[in-house]
Design a binder for this molecule. Sequence first.
Ligand code: SAM
Ligand code: FES
Length: 349
Amino acid sequence: MKDLKYLIDKLKTQRSLTRDEWTALIVGRTPELAGYLFELARKERHLHYGHDVYVRGLIEFTNYCRNDCLYCGIRKSNPHVSRYRLSEEHILDCCRIGYDLGFRTFVLQGGEDGYYTRERMVHLIERIRFRHPDCAITLSIGEKSREDYQAFYEAGANRYLLRHETFNANHYSRLHPPSLSAAARQKCLWDLKDIGYQTGTGFMVGSPYQTPQDLAEDMLFIRELNPQMVGIGPFIPHHDTPFSNEAVGTLELTLFMLGLLRLMLPKVLLPSTTALGTIDPKGRELGILAGANVVMPNLSPTGVRKDYALYDNKICTGDEAAECRQCLERRMESIGYRVVTARGDSLNL
Ligand code: SAM
Ligand code: FES
């Protein structure tokens, strides 16, 4: 512990480490070191965001996907998925329900669905923007052309979530079909930032073949991109994918990475993800205690929840939006935090 504590202190003062230092810290982590890290991470978080927890209403509006990521349950070559897409009216209904429950950010997430063309997305975004001028509209619909991103932005979208998944090109190629590349994914992120989106990136923890060096490179990339939000969660196998027999990412490493991210980018928005809540009943609470400050309850209609199965045993697939929201409120209160009704813009500019 003594040996590596200096790296955490260095991270706190300089907000960065070298590739070798990141690797050494990740490899040499211990429960004592993690405890020390979380304490510092919480201090940073309280300094900038107090004990507030922002909520995002997640609307999983389509599970059609043209991609074939090897880890993902809704990949196109999984024939067992019952495919659905919500209509524009249905999505607007979800937003209205969400608004009444106190959500001021809607996250429209989906597979890369050809039905939702640029024109259809623009129309949808404009309608949400018109009905909810005080809300943030976040998109998470994968890789698009710069022109598409620009059009969505002009229609009223403010934020975009696109995890880089893993920075290392070789590792990336082992998780994706040859048609997808780390470079193309990263270019999208630079485009999004350049257009003016509040941009979120992130990675899976414990994805197959991932090494500590890969995680070190993820940290270096995130430091360079300097996004407004970073979403990380454990890899969880899905039974109908090529990775069905791979090991689950651990709670312990995910929490450690959350703490490191908070120290590296003190003002970043950091969700405590559903995947974290899936691998441990107290996962989301522990994520907050490691430095996270956002939760994303599900606003999708209950009828389709189970069909948006990216991984096995996903939680909250049977709960109404209001139940999810209340459940999270209670969970946050139990650890001394409070869910707030606010847009919750990032302070990391
Ligand atoms: N299509 C959009 C995209 O590519 O960004 C958004 C939907 S995609 C399913 C959302 C995220 O789910 C991915 O970025 C990935 O990190 C995560 N994910 C997919 N399969 C997963 C798995 N088996 N375990 C954990 N996370 C997974
Ligand atoms: Fe969905 Fe707890 S957050 S039921």
